[in-house]
Design a binder for this molecule. Structure first.
Ligand code: MG
Length: 159
């Protein structure tokens, strides 16, 4: 038995914040704002696995209003969300992620990001697809106001 989930996340750029995507610090003029470390890649993938298991979403599991999750390492949140999925009888098989932003260029960071995400989900890095797109200069992404991320995840029933 196989199930598929979809996830989406976006965060606004701000000065004086670190840029962390897929658990990897990325040198850039701006970072992302958020209650946690604002890791839009980890957040979208987290929602994808939770969605596939019909286990709610990241906001339900780790509410913004809860001081426990302030400044959280989102790779750790992904791992904890996977524990919820496992408890429901499903395990992560494969995920695919698209990051949309004009800058910075992310391709060089994908192997390290796949490694981090795979560790959190207890799979090999080959199970994680990562892609980057610009928004062709259009809209808020085109103006460099933030980053959007889309993710899908496949789960299989634990025998
Ligand atoms: Mg988020």
């Amino acid at each position: 038995m196989i199930r598929t989930g979809i996830g989406y996340d976006s965060h606004r750029f701000a000065e004086g914040r670190p840029l962390i995507l897929g658990g990897v610090p990325i040198p850039h003029t701006h970072g992302l704002t958020g209650h946690s470390d604002a890791d839009a890649v980890a957040h979208a993938l987290t929602d994808a696995i939770l969605g596939a298991a019909a286990a709610g979403d990241i906001g339900k599991l780790f509410p913004d209003a809860d001081p426990r999750w302030k400044g959280s390492d989102s790779i750790q949140l992904l791992h904890m969300a996977h524990a919820v999925v496992l408890a429901k009888g499903w395990r992560f098989v494969q995920g695919d992620v698209t990051v949309v932003c004009e800058r910075p260029k992310l391709g060089g960071f994908f192997p390290a990001m796949a490694e981090k995400l795979a560790q959190a989900l207890e799979v090999s890095p080959e199970a994680i697809g990562l892609k980057a797109k610009t928004n062709e200069g259009m809209g808020w992404i085109g103006r460099g106001e933030g980053i959007a991320t889309l993710a899908v995840a496949t789960l299989e029933r634990i025998p």
